[in-house]
Design a protein around this ligand. Sequence first.
Ligand SMILES: [Zn+2]
Length: 281
Amino acid sequence: MEKYSSMSFCSTSTRNGDEPKANYRGRDRSYADLAEFIDEKAEQLDISAVPSKAAELHCLFDNARDSIIALLAFARKTGVLLEGLHHLTILNSLLRDDAGKRTIKTWCNGKLVSIDVDDLDAADAARLALAEQCGVSEQELLRFEQRMADPYGACFRVPCNHQGCSMTKAVSFGNPAEMLDAERLTANEIWYCRYHREAAFLQGGIISDEFLPVLERIRQSPGLAQKDTGAKRDDIQFLQSVGLLTVEKVTYGTRLLCYQVALTDEGHAMLDKLSVAVAVA
Ligand SMILES: [Zn+2]
């Protein structure tokens, strides 16, 4: 963890070029790559010792402003055109307004709001209180709020474990604690899409981790109705097709009452194997 080494990151930063070292040079300069690099940098920062985030942010804005002014002045002197309007637009966004204020966007209780930088510490205290209420850290709450704002929905995507397959499974969550659980669960989850799950089983004897609780539930209540297994009908049919389950129709006269599901011997063996693997992990 890269910890702020004194009262202010600004006061220790880069004038003589000795820090920070991890610059963006040498990377493919796509926006996505740049955003990822910034995420990595943010992840490494420990700002717990910063006394005022508002003062720090002003200081960083001022440094960025001075650097861009220096860059543009040097470019003008040397007669080099540095996409002038583009840099002026960036510069303008770094300046204070006529009243000496700066406004930024921040997350506040699930909403993206504009906030005076001078009010940042108060907003920060409110977020910290909310994080404590939710039993998560401030950064985790912030991550949750940012994910909730994702236009594609608040979820993690587990990729199909078959090489080259682009299918993913969405794992959604509704609060910060659920997000952390989902994050932990999906980090090492093995999952195969419907096109590759049969091959994975036949060739490697592997099934998706998500079937472990389903098989466990069926072992504990043999004859469980399909709807109580926690799996979709299609999943049950798959597990039956590879010989892990039996599914029996229960009828009353000609009327179908339900499907009863039970483990086969192979199903018991697979569950034992998966349970050992989970216990070792
Ligand atoms: Zn797949």
